[in-house]
Ligand binder design. Structure first.
Ligand code: FES
Length: 115
């Protein structure tokens, strides 16, 4: 019996991200290439589409460069909406009550994969 070929590729190595830091990568989601923001906390990584629910802009001010407030929120570079890094909820700013779209990822063998 042959093993099915897999085209899965890791999004990023866990070690390429600082603890408490962000990374950005493209991922194929539902057949579309999307920019994804990844956030590392210890050995855990959470991910969301790099699209702000306020006006649909990217969250980073330059590719892969994200703002983090002193309260520990991800801040959209366009108009300053703040998002919880626990669940992606917008906790302040123009889209308060809305949320980032979560992307399921898992850490395996020191790499971050789409789950
Ligand atoms: S597009 Fe993010 S706050 Fe306006």
């Amino acid at each position: 019996m042959s093993v099915p070929e897999t085209t899965a590729t890791a999004l990023i190595a866990l070690d390429a991200m600082a603890d408490g830091g962000f990374a950005e990568t493209d991922a194929s989601i539902d057949g579309d290439s999307e920019s994804v923001v990844l956030y590392r906390e210890g050995d855990q990584v959470r991910a969301w589409l790099n699209i702000c629910p306020h006006a649909g802009r990217r969250l980073d001010w330059a590719p892969g460069q994200f703002l983090k407030s002193k309260e520990g929120h991800l801040v959209c570079a366009a108009h300053g909406a703040s998002f919880s890094l626990e669940n992606g909820d917008c906790v302040a700013g123009p889209c308060r009550g809305d949320r980032l779209r979560a992307v399921s990822v898992q850490v395996r063998d020191g790499q971050v994969w789409l789950a």
